[in-house]
Design a protein. Structure first.
Length: 145
């Protein structure tokens, strides 16, 4: 398992998007973050952070996972039930894929109704709404400067 395989798995999930944040983390979102999407997983691209993979796992699964050797509560995100996988060999590839699907489903379920409404639109209309939202956010950011 590696970053490229994680990327393939995550981007095949419905309405999943990716961004590069904090300089070296590839962040996966359930829905576009500009319309209210939420993070469900992250990977470290340059190996300077703690662990190789972070994901949301829900309250019940959180306690099971942190009992396993090589999986810890994620710094700053443990209170919202995220775990950090310290090495790629801690979980089998199939387990990682299942956990990422579960993470996406849990986060998608928590999205705001307005975000889900945009995501349910036909692709052409959804793309237009997202593009307009990004323009609005860019204009606000420019005004603040």
């Amino acid at each position: 398992m590696d970053n490229e395989r994680i990327r393939e798995i995550c981007l095949k999930l419905p309405h999943a998007k990716e961004t590069l944040n904090w300089g070296h983390h590839l962040v996966y979102w359930a829905g576009d973050r500009d319309i209210g999407g939420k993070m469900f997983a992250m990977t470290d691209l340059d190996g300077t952070g703690t662990g190789v993979l972070w994901f949301h796992c829900g309250a019940e699964r959180f306690h099971e996972l942190v009992e396993r050797e090589g999986i810890i509560a994620s710094p700053y995100l443990a209170k919202v039930h995220w775990v950090t996988v310290e090495r790629w060999d801690v979980l089998r590839p199939r387990e990682i894929e299942d956990e990422l699907r579960r993470a996406h489903a849990l986060i998608f379920e928590k999205l705001a109704l307005r975000t889900k409404t945009v995501l349910a639109m036909p692709e052409k209309e959804r793309t237009k709404v997202i593009r307009e939202r990004k323009k609005t956010l860019a204009a606000r950011a420019k005004k603040k400067k």
